[in-house]
Ligand binder design. Structure first.
Ligand SMILES: Nc1nc2c(c(=O)[nH]1)N[C@H]1C(S)=C(S)[C@@H](COP(=O)(O)O)O[C@H]1N2
Ligand SMILES: [Mo]
Length: 162
């Protein structure tokens, strides 16, 4: 199981990555967050910082947007990179194991101080669960986050949480 690729990082990078659980665990400690509940008490788990992934992948200066793709439920967001570069992280572990789907695992993108849903490009809806692909792009990419209250409510009605 730990040899399965959980998330790939590609696009405007010098060194595309395909990361397994073990690869994530082995990322340097300066890029690890042992417990993300310090940022949001409702979120348990450990994470690696986005900046850590960008350094590993050697993101190019042309990388201006961040594509967050969840094939599992076909949910996608594309957000400007600069405002989240230093603060976003991906949650991937809980109690030494891979993060469960009930917590958005195996890999969940998270911006600690996000805006309320659809009030900003960088909103709570951009905290994409089940991400399998992080794509750095020069231009804004595909985004199917709900656009308005009705679409948002319909989405949440189909989900277990929130
Ligand atoms: N893959 C995926 N990620 C998703 C969603 C989704 O439907 N699918 N919903 C988003 C929306 S609209 C919100 S508000 C948050 C909710 O996160 P929570 O369920 O952990 O509270 O997850 C976001 N991430
Ligand atoms: Mo949302």
């Amino acid at each position: 199981m730990s040899c399965d690729v959980l998330v790939k990082v590609d696009g405007e990078v010098e060194r595309p990555l395909e990361l397994t659980f073990d690869d994530l665990v082995e990322i340097a400690s300066q890029f690890q967050i042992a417990d993300v509940s310090q940022y949001d008490s409702r979120r348990p788990g450990g994470a690696v910082t986005l900046i850590g992934l960008l350094e590993l992948a050697q993101a190019r200066p042309t990388a201006r947007h961040l594509g967050l793709h969840a094939a599992a439920d076909d949910f996608h967001a594309s957000i400007p990179l600069e405002p989240v570069r230093e603060r976003a992280f991906v949650i991937y572990r809980l109690d030494g194991k891979s993060l469960q789907a009930s917590n958005g695992g195996p890999v969940r993108f998270f911006i600690p101080d996000h805006a309320a849903c659809h009030t900003d490009e960088i909103d709570e809806c951009a905290n994409v669960k089940f991400i399998d692909h992080i794509e750095l792009t020069a231009e804004p990419g595909y985004d199917n986050r709900p656009q308005d209250e009705a679409a948002h409510e319909a989405l949440h009605r189909n989900q277990q949480s929130s």
